[in-house]
Design a protein around this ligand. Structure first.
Ligand SMILES: CC(C)=CCC/C(C)=C/CC/C(C)=C/COP(=O)(O)OP(=O)(O)O
Ligand SMILES: [Zn+2]
Length: 447
């Protein structure tokens, strides 16, 4: 990364600018065959499938024994994205069940009495925030949660999934996401986690699960989101990451998770989420490329246009605010939290300064035509629907529909939503994958 920040020769600058033009150029063309399709999101069918699944599970949500909070999250998040909610009885069962998964020493296990685990802790917290309301939010023991997260901290700076478990980028993200959304993130939790994540960025530009492994969409989302939440995203090679992610959208219009693998509906969120995060990091991207702040930014007329794909990118007149706080890697303290900055909130309040770096129409086409079943969503034709894919395909569809908006609180224009405008889903906070209104409620509650 030093070469992107240090003094550059004219030739180096020219090469970097060229690389950037190449990225933007590819994005505006790929894949070329995306056309408008008038396919509806089968909203009522999906809601019925999801609500029925919840009811069939009963008050113990007994299925997939070590993954029950995940099942809760996939279903409740999907229902909320579709603009619906569950009835009072189900909501109470939901909260009571997750309370029984909460360990006495903090964190949530895969079921009542099970060992707390970072993945199920993340799923439980996102579920409780999605349900919202006083009973749900106040059921979370934040003091014990902080102790649990500290216990999961490894000497490398990374986090372990559970006591004696593996250290990886997923653990780093789930720990940082939970701490951030509950407003308990501090220097002790942050210390050196950026070093661990930086060590996982591979030669391809994406991020792997552990140092030395292959870059993958799931881990790239986790690593990038965590770096934003700790305000150290400028330590990643962002042009390299963009270069990697734009090539993950295939001619089938969907995203693949890694090089030379098949596209799959769930990467609509993992890779689409990466793209959505990048759109708010244009100042850092341009700085790393040695370009002016306004390069590749959206203009006022871009925001007024309903279909901007394929247009030339020009210097923008908008003045995006990307707040920079002093961050220090290499084992020193990150001062962000001491300065009272909430990076998750800060991030979502920024204007979306860059055009989408993926073809959102094409991805909507893949989702509506290839992933959608009569009720529920799947990886690809020939595979069966499931709750995991329903959750992440819907999350990706929401990302597509909202990626041309001026900012998080502006509604998309009709041209941004493939099919009838009634297909529009709720928007999500891309760093946590929580429906935005529910995130705002939690932000106020834990402020
Ligand atoms: C928040 C949280 C817990 C995030 C998890 C992120 C995530 C989805 C990681 C993916 C893990 C992985 C290597 C899958 C490859 O599966 P595969 O070989 O079956 O699929 P592929 O062929 O598409 O790579
Ligand atoms: Zn999948």
């Amino acid at each position: 990364m030093e070469n992107l920040r240090g003094t550059k020769s004219q030739e180096e600058q020219w090469m970097l600018q060229n690389q950037c033009f190449r990225i933007y150029d590819i994005v505006s063309r790929l894949p070329p065959q995306a056309q408008s399709v008038n396919v509806e999101v089968r909203r009522e069918n999906h809601i019925e499938y999801l609500t029925k699944s919840l009811k069939q599970l009963g008050p113990n949500f007994s299925v997939l024994d070590a993954n029950r909070p995940w099942l809760c999250y996939w279903i409740i998040h999907s229902i909320t994205l579709l603009g619906d909610c569950v009835d009072d009885k189900l909501e109470n069962d939901f909260i009571d069940f997750l309370c029984r998964c909460q360990g006495q020493d903090g964190g949530y296990g895969g079921g009542p009495g099970q060992m707390p685990h970072l993945a199920t802790t993340y799923a439980a917290i996102n579920s409780l925030i999605t349900v919202g309301g006083h009973k749900s939010l106040s059921s979370i023991n934040r003091e014990k949660m902080y102790e649990f997260l500290l216990r999961m901290k490894d000497a490398s700076g990374g986090f372990r999934m559970h006591d004696g478990g593996e250290v990886d980028v997923r653990a780093c993200y789930t720990a940082i996401s939970v701490a951030s959304v509950l407003n308990i993130l501090d220097d002790r939790l942050i210390q050196n986690v950026g070093d661990y994540i930086v060590s996982c960025q591979t030669f391809e530009g994406g991020i792997s699960g552990e140092p030395g492994s292959e870059a993958h969409g799931g881990y790239t989302f986790c690593g990038l989101a965590a770096m934003v939440l700790i305000n150290e995203v400028d330590r990643l090679n962002l042009p390299g990451l963009i270069n990697w992610v734009v090539f993950r959208q295939g001619i089938e219009c969907g995203f693949q998770g890694r090089t030379n693998k098949l596209v799959d509906g769930c990467y609509s969120f993992w890779q689409g989420g990466v793209a959505a995060i990048i759109q708010r990091l244009h100042l850092t991207v341009n700085k790393q490329l040695g370009l002016p702040d306004t390069f590749g930014c959206k203009t006022e007329s871009d925001n007024d246009s309903s279909d901007s794909e394929g247009e030339e990118l020009s210097e923008g007149s908008s003045s995006p605010v990307e707040i920079h706080h002093p961050t220090k890697g290499g084992g020193k303290l990150n001062t962000t939290v001491a300065m009272g900055v909430n990076c998750g909130y800060d991030f979502i309040k920024r204007p979306i300064g860059m055009k989408p770096i993926f073809n959102s129409k094409a991805l909507q086409q893949y989702i509506l035509l290839c992933s959608q079943e009569e009720a529920g969503f799947r990886d690809k034709p020939g595979k069966r629907k499931d709750h995991y894919h329903t959750c992440y395909v819907l999350s990706g569809l929401s990302i597509c529909q909202h990626c041309n908006a001026r900012d998080a609180d502006s509604p998309p224009l009709p041209g941004d939503v493939m099919g009838p405008y009634s297909n529009l889903l709720e928007s999500v906070h891309p760093l946590y994958n929580i429906v935005l209104d529910k995130y705002y409620e939690a932000y106020e509650f834990f402020a």
